[in-house]
Every structure is written in structure tokens, then in C-alpha cells.
Design a protein around this ligand. Sequence first.
Ligand code: E4P
Length: 216
Amino acid sequence: MKLFLDTANLDDIRAAAKLGVIHGVTTNPTLISREKGDLSAIIREIASLVDGPVFAEVIAQNAEGMIREGRELASIDKAVCVKIPMTEAGLTAVSALSKEGIPVCCTLVFSAAQALLASNAGARYVAPFIGRFDDIGYDGIEAVASIAEVLSDGEFGTEVVAASVRSPLHAVEAARAGADIATVPPKALFQMIRHPLTDAGLAKFMKDWADSGREA
Ligand code: E4P
């Protein structure tokens, strides 16, 4: 399972990109709203920092507006994948943009039924939200598993991007549930590096080395 970074913050993207573990970046209107500057400039800069797709979401709620914005977003950089919400208008836009060869991620997906529709409409990716489903007392990982299962025949080649990941465990469970990609916020990505036994083991190696009188 690939890892994407879920942020529009350039400093966080630079820090994570250095690790060599990031294969794409996802943004949404909330994440963009936290950053200063013009959307196009932010997206272009992100695309220059990471090898892989950069997801940018439409704001319009009607199909014509989504299609127009989707084309504009796609013209910013060849790495752009247009995010479209799972609505009736959204499906129309997913279908139109996909037919033009523009990669689309259908976002705010919470059920296998929605994922099947998005896939049939031509979505390159579907993004089920784990954390937000957990927040209302459902099992977000179970939803990812169900979606991965119904798309596993590969009929339309749609990939599952597990989103709304809040912890290292979410990322691991998304992989076990069959997600193709998990998009992880910077905090959770850096938490994935850490383990208390790694820290303790390293401290003991360094102490033993120093106690032997050798140079560092
Ligand atoms: C993907 O890009 C989603 O918009 C994002 O993962 C949502 O995460 P949140 O539920 O933590 O806001």
C-alpha cells in the first residue's frame, strides 16, 4: 500500500518528502484554507516537491461548475488529480472529466454502494474517510474493507485511497483491509516512525559503545 501525505503545508511536505516514503499529496478545501497564497501556486509548489499525484478539490456544487473547475485544476500541473464529492452532480462531473482523460478522485465516500457508482463513472480513485466514520460510531476500517472487496475485480481499475487517517494504526489497518493507498496527515506519519523499543534499543547501543571507551 502506498502512502500519500494529507496536507497542503509546504514545510510539512518538504519534511516528509525527505524521508522518501511519500508517493502523492492530498488536499481538500479545509487544508488549503489553512495556508496562505494562491491555490494554483500552492498546488504547483506541492507538485514540484513530490513524485506522484497532487489531489485538489473542486468547490462548485453543480456539475457544470465542477467540470469547469476540474479542467482549471488539471491545467495547473500534470500531476493534479481532481477531487469531486460523491453527489449526483459529482458523479456527472466524475464521468465527464474522466472521459476527457483527467484523473479524478471521488471523495467523501462512506459506502461500498457509493464506491461502485464512482468506479462505474470512471473515477481513478475513491476516498473512503475512516476517522469521520469512526467519529459517528461506525467502523471506518470495515467500510474500507468492504469498498476494497467490491472493487477488487479491477473492472474499472479504480484505486482505494483510505482518507481521514488519524493514527498509525489506521494506516496499518487500511493496508490490512486492502486499501491501495492511505493518505496520512504529517503528525500520524511521523508517529509511524517511532517505537519505544527502537528508542530504548538505540539508547542501549549508544551507552554500551560509550562505556567501552571508544570514540563516537
Ligand atoms: C482527504 O484528503 C480527506 O479530505 C482528508 O483525509 C480528511 O481528513 P479529516 O477527516 O481528518 O479531516
